[in-house]
Design a protein around this ligand. Sequence first.
Ligand SMILES: Nc1ncnc2c1ncn2[C@H]1C[C@H](O)[C@@H](COP(=O)(O)OP(=O)(O)O)O1
Ligand SMILES: [Mg+2]
Length: 194
Amino acid sequence: MAEKIKDAKIIFVVGGPGSGKGTQCEKVVAKYGYTHLSSGDLLRAEVASGSERGKQLQAIMQKGELVPLDTVLDMIKDAMIAKADVSKGYLIDGYPREVKQGEEFEKKIGAPSLLLYIDAKSETMVSRLMKRGETSGRADDNEETIKKRLDLYYKATEPVIAFYEGRGIVRKINSELAVDDVFAEVSKAIDALK
Ligand SMILES: Nc1ncnc2c1ncn2[C@H]1C[C@H](O)[C@@H](COP(=O)(O)OP(=O)(O)O)O1
Ligand SMILES: [Mg+2]
């Protein structure tokens, strides 16, 4: 199955909610022709479709909890295959959220060449999300859910970073800087892949 996407580079983009993953991924798409797959966006699209699965997902996401592993992984895999012919590589944004998700991804799809760790302070993430919440229409961009998402992020995702650090593929990016300065660092990490 993963045959078609075997030669494309896979980049995991990891960071807390509001750290700037989506913002940086958009810029990578424009410059490098990668395909951006945000697990959150895929899930929100399912919710928006109004399907039965979407309704179940909505209840989970509204509480700030993690969606079952197989659901997310299947959606990512389908989206990757759909883009296999045109994609120079893949940015997997917001996944893996926990070590087990990373292990399953590698079993079913392939190994990442790089993990971009988009790092911002907790206060920075909260204030960016509160601001985004004014216009995003996202049910989880509110103060109470933001706090839960941050707690969960630190608990579940930091071990993910440690896991891939052991393999030497983590590049930590300071996302406190202005968007273009952050992107300069991101670009360096991607250029170093070739
Ligand atoms: N370097 C930066 N400086 C200032 N604001 C930034 C920033 N990167 C992103 N933002 C803004 C854009 C969004 O309104 C908000 C969250 O960014 P995002 O890209 O949606 O984050 P994520 O996808 O990690 O949740 O912060
Ligand atoms: Mg995002």
